[in-house]
Design a binder for this molecule. Structure first.
Ligand SMILES: Cc1cc2nc3c(=O)[nH]c(=O)nc-3n(C[C@H](O)[C@H](O)[C@H](O)COP(=O)(O)OP(=O)(O)OC[C@H]3O[C@@H](n4cnc5c(N)ncnc54)[C@H](O)[C@@H]3O)c2cc1C
Length: 346
């Protein structure tokens, strides 16, 4: 029987990783991508967790290393007044800009014979048989009274005390890590209250942190790469289940884990990895589409439900202004808390 083709809508990390896995098994695949490559994306660019195993399984570890991925072994935490010394990460992480990574995966997908349609926005509502939704986070314009937005920019001349620095403030958090090409990625998630000034200048000031804070000092002499600046708004961090979705979804299209965990990209790779075998089986006529969709959704919920619950709790704690200094002081004295949080959100 001829292999049935698969269409993936969304050529981000989840869509491209799945496309690569399917092409390695000879499945005909088309990826629709609304944007183009390379391009900057709002992302902390810090990859940690089990998704690295999926990258190994798909033979993509070497590809990313070759593209310039930087190993990360330490992390340090800061509030506006407190700091911790560098702590060893419980497991290795890698840092690579989305500009480089998405492009490298797109090239690999094409090399394997995949059809990649750039600047092609899928507008049909219907995701029928053989169609995968990998369209990333679902925008939410109203969530209670606060709204989340994310910002990122690459900078040079930023001295770091650890491979990953996480700075929390009452407005949100900013992560700093060194990526390929020697730049430091400066990426933050912020809460905007209704009626607040929402100009890009104000957003940039938010990334620099409060005057006198460790973040502000770190970025005092920073040279920003203006072309890398990007922003996203309407971020929803309410956990969702794959089994509640009517479509076959992977990555952020299922749900978005709070970025503070640095695990969203891992979930994108993991869900793509979990989708490869069921989709290859559907393509060769071994299982029905309903079975394919349900198998994938159950696998994703089984793998992600616990970490999503922990991440929701962690994000709440880290953003509670009254707890931030206490937490950072606690982590400075005791490794148990953050090692537990790290492990449970992966
Ligand atoms: C502020 C912030 C910081 C973060 N930091 C980290 C971090 O440090 N570590 C980490 O692991 N994760 C982090 N994340 C999360 C991470 O970026 C996502 O989890 C990851 O990008 C999800 O990959 P994805 O492929 O599902 O979605 P995306 O990478 O968003 O890809 C979706 C793609 O679908 C395309 N698309 C959408 N709709 C259509 C359509 N109709 N037709 C065609 N194409 C379409 C889009 O153009 C996009 O390219 C962060 C997120 C934010 C917001």
């Amino acid at each position: 029987m001829t292999a049935k083709p698969i269409t993936i809508v969304g050529g981000g990390l989840a869509g491209l990783a799945l496309g690569i896995g399917l092409r390695q098994r000879g499945v005909p695949v088309t990826v629709w991508e609304a944007g183009h490559y390379p391009r900057h994306r709002v992302c902390g660019e810090f990859i940690s967790g089990r998704g690295q195993e999926t990258l190994g399984w798909l033979g993509l570890r070497e590809l990313l290393e070759h593209a310039g991925a930087v190993n990360a072994g330490t992390a340090a935490f800061f509030s506006t007044t407190q700091s911790t010394p560098p702590r060893s990460l419980p497991a290795r992480a890698i840092c690579l800009s989305r500009f480089t990574m998405d492009h490298a995966l797109a090239v690999e997908f094409r090399r394997l014979g995949g059809e990649l349609l750039e600047d092609h926005h899928w507008r049909e509502g219907d995701f029928g048989e053989g169609m995968i939704r990998a369209t990333g986070r679902r925008a939410q314009m109203r969530e209670n009274i606060s709204r989340w937005f994310g910002l990122k920019v690459h900078a040079r001349n930023v001295p770091l005390t650890a491979d990953l620095e996480m700075h929390v403030s009452p407005r949100g958090y900013v992560g700093l890590c060194r990526v390929d090409g020697g730049a430091v990625n400066v990426c933050g998630l912020f809460r905007r209250r209704a009626g607040e000034d929402h100009t890009p200048q104000n957003w940039r000031a938010g990334l620099r942190g409060q005057t006198g804070s460790p973040l502000n000092q770190r970025l005092a002499a920073a040279e920003f790469d203006e072309s890398s600046f990007c922003a996203v708004a309407g971020i929803s961090l309410r956990p969702q289940r794959a089994t509640a979705r009517a479509e076959c979804c992977i990555g952020d299209a299922i749900t978005m884990i709070p970025p503070v965990t640095g695990n969203g990209m891992s979930m994108a790779f993991e869900s793509a990895g979990m989708a490869v075998e069921p989709l290859a089986a559907w393509s060769s006529g071994e299982i029905s589409w309903t079975e394919t969709r349900q198998t994938l959704a159950h696998r994703c919920d089984g793998a992600f439900a616990r970490r999503l619950a922990w991440a929701k709790w962690l994000q709440r704690m880290m953003l509670a202004p009254s707890l931030q200094n206490v937490l950072v002081r606690f982590v400075a004295r005791n490794e148990w808390f953050w090692r537990t949080a790290f492990e449970r959100t992966r």
